[in-house]
Design a protein around this ligand. Structure first.
Ligand SMILES: *[C@@H]1O[C@H](CO)[C@@H](O)[C@H](O)[C@H]1NC(C)=O
Ligand SMILES: *[C@@H]1O[C@H](CO)[C@@H](O)[C@H](O)[C@H]1NC(C)=O
Ligand SMILES: *[C@@H]1O[C@H](CO)[C@@H](O)[C@H](O)[C@H]1NC(C)=O
Ligand SMILES: *[C@@H]1O[C@H](CO)[C@@H](O)[C@H](O)[C@H]1NC(C)=O
Ligand SMILES: *[C@@H]1O[C@H](CO)[C@@H](O)[C@H](O)[C@H]1NC(C)=O
Length: 460
């Protein structure tokens, strides 16, 4: 036979491969992640507020999607009893956090049967939520891009005799009719008229504000004579998810805190603790400082990152007066910068003067990596034109510790599915090109054969 056969076979193989890939891609198109995406909307238990009052309650075993799934998005906001969104200047959402735990299967609720199963770090015992934000909740993107997902409900992870459940802590402050709205949301101790914390321990005189002063059932000072009624509210949360399958690449959640006390261990056997204070204060700048370099309060903290992987998502959590935050790698490169979005109007999600959103980072997967043991540095900035109490400097990261499988590229969508459509087109075009190549190759070979073997005509 002629030397053509190999070429022909090769072309045929290429075409078949491309066709298979194209068929695979179009069948994925038929049932894209978007089609399979489920959405569930839940309400927390009702909490009741009156002007000035604080609700900071824990709710165990909240409603949550069941089964082995990948969480793709998580949104929350405060709504009233009619289900309408409530603006931050009425009900300030200080924070909400959702934490996973395992509970022994039984009818009776028993705290000692609980195993908390928080995120992947870094703080010891605190900030272990998988999901959670504050006032910025309405305008902060939180979807997990394809092919990634936050894996939950894997039966293999749940200890024998236990089941996976979810815990919610929501902290809201009713600022209708208060004397100093922004003082109340910064939990100024003088406005709450408290001298002891929630556990009855005296509050140090130099502690001017923060969570110790605005615990559950405390009340911020009202304008003289203000009267307002009690109102019921819910945290409404929307969870988007897909059934788990092997094409989904799991991401782990890390929360870094700029108040972490971590220090580089002196030797390899020493264990470095991550004692996180969660909040801190910003002193107002002096006139001289304002003149010399403006009034930015910068706080920095470095820690060693425990795993290596691809950064899939990053966002900072900061309060009012935030000027943004950056996480740097050891070589100084920017892993992610996140900036506040301030409201400019009146409606829920656009309340003037409040942080109503934070910008997020969705690096192209693989483009931003953290090495195992790399020293990363978190920088958080606040305006210090005025003093601020109870501010926070957290950084929330999703890290994929495994690289996506080669074929998973087909699932990669830059959040909105454009990329995957492009990939399908490219694959389709390649298949067409492959068929063309086969035809050309066949004709070429047949002509060659004809020339070589003197065949007159061959019908194909
Ligand atoms: C692929 O997806 C597009 C848009 O969702 C749809 O219009 C089209 O019919 C799908 N093609 C196949 C083969 O399922
Ligand atoms: C809770 O569980 C612990 C240990 O399993 C047990 O000792 C205790 O009696 C239980 N408490 C109640 C109220 O059931
Ligand atoms: C502040 O608290 C003290 C007792 O803790 C109480 O006597 C006083 O009336 C309170 N002041 C206001 C304005 O509520
Ligand atoms: C390692 O450092 C810790 C303190 O950080 C110290 O207590 C311990 O003795 C040191 N171990 C060795 C082997 O040097
Ligand atoms: C924070 O402020 C410092 C100056 O104090 C500046 O160099 C840095 O770029 C700022 N970072 C962000 C994210 O705004």
């Amino acid at each position: 036979m002629s030397g053509c056969s190999n070429y022909q076979l090769l072309s045929l193989a290429v075409v078949l491969l491309l066709l298979l890939v194209a068929i695979d891609a179009s069948s994925q198109n038929q049932s894209t992640k978007a089609d399979k995406m489920k959405s569930a909307v839940f309400l927390s238990p009702k909490f009741v507020l009156k002007p000035g009052s604080v609700s900071n309650k824990d709710y165990y075993n909240i409603d949550f999607p069941k089964g082995h799934i990948a969480i793709k998005d998580f949104h929350a906001e405060v709504v009233d009893e009619a289900g309408d969104p409530v603006p931050l200047y009425e009900t300030y959402l200080h924070h909400w956090v959702i934490v996973k735990y395992y509970q022994r299967k039984s009818d009776e609720f028993n705290h000692s049967d609980i195993i908390s199963k928080g995120n992947s770090g870094l703080c010891d015992g605190v900030l272990n939520q998988h999901f959670g934000l504050g006032s910025e909740t309405r305008k902060t993107a939180s979807y997990v891009p394809d092919p990634y997902g936050i894996e939950i409900g894997n039966p293999l992870d749940v200890p024998e005799g236990y089941e996976e459940r979810w815990f919610l802590n929501a902290h809201a402050i009713d600022t209708r009719g208060v004397e100093d709205r922004f003082g109340c949301i910064e939990c100024r101790c003088n406005l709450y008229n408290v001298t002891k914390d929630e556990d009855g321990r005296p509050i140090e005189p130099d502690y001017l504000g923060g969570l110790k002063c605005c615990y559950d059932e405390t009340r911020c000072r009202l304008e003289k004579g203000f009267k307002g009624s009690k109102k019921g509210f819910y945290l409404k949360y929307t969870v988007k998810y897909v059934d788990w399958d092997d094409s989904i690449v799991p991401v782990n959640v890390y929360i870094l805190d700029v108040t972490d006390s971590w220090k580089k261990p002196e030797n390899s056997t020493a264990v470095a603790k991550h004692k996180c204070q969660i909040e801190y204060s910003v002193e107002s700048c002096s006139a001289a400082a304002a003149h010399a370099h403006g009034c930015t309060h910068t706080k920095k903290k470095s820690f060693s990152f425990p795993v290596g992987g691809d950064v899939i998502y990053g966002v900072a959590h900061q309060h009012k007066a935030s000027l943004g935050s950056t996480l740097h790698g050891e070589d100084g490169r920017v892993i992610c910068s996140s900036y506040p979005i301030y409201g400019k109007g009146k409606g829920p999600g656009n309340e003037a003067g409040y942080v109503v959103g934070m910008s997020t980072c969705y690096p192209k997967p693989g483009s931003i990596k953290i090495r195992e043991g790399e020293t990363v540095t978190l920088v958080t900035n606040y305006s210090s034109v005025k003093m601020h109490t109870g501010v926070m400097g957290l950084f929330y990261l999703m890290v994929a510790e495994t690289s996506p499988k080669a074929n998973s590229v087909l699932h990669y969508t830059e959040g909105r599915g454009t990329e995957s459509v492009k990939v399908h087109k490219v694959v389709g075009a390649s298949a067409v090109f492959g068929v063309g190549l086969l035809v050309v190759a066949t004709v070429f070979c047949l002509n060659k054969k004809r020339r070589e073997e003197g065949y007159e005509s061959i019908v194909i």
